[in-house]
Design a protein around this ligand. Sequence first.
Ligand SMILES: Cc1cc2nc3c(=O)[nH]c(=O)nc-3n(C[C@H](O)[C@H](O)[C@H](O)COP(=O)(O)OP(=O)(O)OC[C@H]3O[C@@H](n4cnc5c(N)ncnc54)[C@H](O)[C@@H]3O)c2cc1C
Length: 466
Amino acid sequence: MAAEGADNNVDVVILGGGSGGYAAALRAAELGKSVVLIEKDKVGGTCLHRGCIPTKALLHAGEVADSARESAQFGVNASFEGIDMAGVHKYKDGVITKNWKGLQGLIRSRGITIVEGEGRLTGPKQVSVGDQTYTGTNVVLATGSYSRTLPGLELDGQRVIASEHALGLDHVPASAIVLGGGVIGVEFASAWKSFGADVTIVEALPHLVPLEDEANSKLLERAFRRRGINFKLGARFERVESTDSGVKVHLEGGQSLEAEVLLVAVGRGPTSADLGYEEAGLKMDRGFVLVDEYCRTNVDGVYAVGDLIPTLQLAHVGFAEGILVAEHLAGLPVVPIDYAGVPRITYSSPEVASVGLTEAQAAEKYGADKIKTVTYDLSGNGRSAILNTKGAVKLIAENSDGSGRVLGVHIVGDRVGELIAEAQLIYNWEALPSEVAQLIHPHPTQSEAIGEAHLLLAGKPLHVHD
Ligand SMILES: Cc1cc2nc3c(=O)[nH]c(=O)nc-3n(C[C@H](O)[C@H](O)[C@H](O)COP(=O)(O)OP(=O)(O)OC[C@H]3O[C@@H](n4cnc5c(N)ncnc54)[C@H](O)[C@@H]3O)c2cc1C
């Protein structure tokens, strides 16, 4: 559907109004460009409607449930009486709607034209929506991603579900098998356990959150064991069958598990099929659109951002790529993104947060004898004791004595996601441990653990036993 009064020839045509697309639109408009933003569903995309925001609302509701259950240990008389899923949805949807309205207003206030409808690339600089064609000096592709599954494993949306179905469940499943121990699988396992479900994660690799530093994975696994979240590592899915009460999942090697639902969380694939990308001559790999460090495709004037390209599938990466593209096409000097410097958070209880290289990556890049790692246990941190959370801050620095720049920061513990913002400054500004050790952290905060870990690395530990 064409927006009323829309000019079909503009500076920038953007296909997809998720994190990557709308960030490009907002920045391009700010730089004086005329912009058409084409969206077939709702601006805000996966992150706002089916991803970051709703999952974090569920996790927060879970945290409230856990607080009620554990209130006695803080001397508070409260009791947990159950989850009212309709109430949880009302709260979650309220957050989404408020943000969605705000975003629509923001987009309109920048003079961006939103075109509602399904677009298709019909020429290198041209996107068609129904009988309308929009031509841009530049085109930005931002069609995002979808929940993948495994060959032969069909999602029915009822018993065998993906994250978008899981977000809409009208009840707490009595039991759930989560296929995939990556970020999405771990977050749902954590929320469902808090809601009272019996959860088992099945992960083919040797650890949960397998992209994280192994130390973080092990701390998360220990915490999940304490919480009674079951997981099977190095376990490969073979097939699923329906039972009277749900599903039976067969693993390679003969083991089987039964539960009410199976959540398939094995990753997300790029939304690029049948959108005219191949016909336009775009270089692609396994469905991802390939780009250079400025997010330029091989077709002149056409950029691609977000989950559609093979970079980290995170909303803030989409934002950064969208801004970078807008500035690049406007002729501003831009610095390519250092993807190792992007903060990553898994918002389970406890949270897992990291920036920079893992120990294995640092050892490979610099040599195992040319790096130093230290671990500061949160048991020495007063605020973490008050919150009753366990975990650690692990640092990796260059040089065998740790005197070089900080190469990686890896944290586990409740609420530590907020700490990674400081850690990303440390990593991205190439700070030395001795420089960070000079900085004073407020007491009592969990941020002190960052300071203490750097004091330790700089050879002058404070709250650390010899
Ligand atoms: C369950 C879950 C939890 C997540 N949690 C987090 C988190 O906590 N933090 C984080 O950083 N990231 C998180 N993510 C990832 C994050 O949501 C994505 O990285 C981000 O949304 C990618 O943005 P995008 O713009 O590339 O794609 P999307 O947000 O998917 O947007 C693409 C948009 O394009 C539209 N579109 C597609 N095809 C067409 C077409 N032909 N015509 C018109 N419009 C079209 C779609 O409708 C969609 O709105 C999560 C994802 C999931 C699934």
